[in-house]
Design a protein around this ligand. Structure first.
Ligand code: FE2
Length: 307
């Protein structure tokens, strides 16, 4: 159906999204350009161009990493609560010993869900909406940054506790380690680190500025959209390090951060999970905000004090 062009649908196995003729004519590039117009409109509706330094940095680089984000006392309380939630859930169902191929399906429990990317385990725990969590969720700086990045209203219910247990890259490789982008339009993920993220536990790697398209990237996107149309592929495109380097003169770099750091990234930019020592873990409060790429600014304007 033609209306699917104006949705978040991204798979090139779709007959319209993946039409070879339409993509030769530039359908994929047109969707990207149009989604950028909608995002700019939603951001304008929210902020009227009054951007903090962090917002400008996010717009320029595609990510921010803000150390010491919460006051130490608030952070300590939040971390203790998060660990208690995790331990209570783990007591009812330990981390799975099974592994999935590729991007696995969620395994649902009453406390959250597991998903395996090959040999890597992702555990997502539901967080209670109480005054402890609100130390992050109600933080004005946090909310404003997320609202700017996503161009939509902040929804605290979308915050999860995320424990990542790195697998080995033997039999079932983790395909999140390949350089990729999640979507054709800008959308946002954040990780508020509850543990130090060292090089050995496979930090997020991000290619600075790659959420913005230059001439080389536009050319690559068009060629890849035609190839994906011909091969009925998904829409989370992968690229090689050589291709990323040819487009931006660099490859994704690791975001090694300390606990109590907020990392926020536009996952249209090139990124991947780092290679890690098997068994290493990281813990974070996590959220994914993927508004409709062609949604009208159905967001309430911010109060005059910007909150
Ligand atoms: Fe991703």
């Amino acid at each position: 159906m033609v209306w699917q062009v104006f949705t978040a649908r991204k798979s090139f196995s779709d007959p319209v999204i993946g039409s070879r003729w339409a993509n030769r004519c530039g359908l994929h590039l047109a969707r990207i350009r149009l989604s950028d117009v909608f995002l700019a409109a939603r951001r304008w509706w929210l902020f009227r161009g009054k951007l903090t330094e962090e917002m400008q940095q996010f717009r320029r680089d595609g990510f921010v990493a803000l150390e010491g984000f919460l006051e130490p006392q608030d952070y300590k309380i939040l971390k203790a609560k998060a660990e208690a939630v995790m331990q209570a859930a783990d007591a009812t169902g330990p981390a799975p010993s099974y592994r999935d191929a590729g991007f696995g399906k969620p395994h649902i429990y009453n406390w959250g869900f597991d998903r395996c990317d090959g040999s890597t385990v992702n555990r997502f725990y539901t967080l209670p909406s109480d005054d402890v969590l609100s130390r992050l969720a109600d933080n004005p700086r946090f909310r404003r940054l997320l609202e700017y990045a996503s161009g939509c209203r902040f929804e605290p219910r979308r915050l999860l506790l995320y424990r990542l247990i790195q697998g080995s890259d033997g039999g079932r490789p983790d395909n999140q380690r390949d350089i990729h982008r999640d979507t054709f339009h800008s959308c946002v993920k954040f990780w508020f680190a509850l543990s130090d993220v060292s090089e050995e536990c496979g930090p997020l790697h991000y290619l600075k500025g790659s959420q913005r398209f230059n001439e080389q990237r536009w050319r690559w996107e068009k060629a890849r959209s035609i190839w994906a149309s011909e091969n009925n592929k998904g829409g989370a495109f992968r690229c090689s390090a050589a291709e990323a380097n040819a487009q931006y003169g660099d490859v994704p770099q690791p975001l090694v951060v300390k606990e109590n750091t907020l990392v926020l990234a536009d996952v249209r930019g090139w990124h991947h999970r780092g290679y890690a020592k098997p068994g290493t873990e990281r813990l974070a409060v996590y959220g994914s905000f993927r508004p409709s790429p062609f949604g009208l600014p159905k967001v309430r304007p911010l109060d005059s004090n910007g909150q």
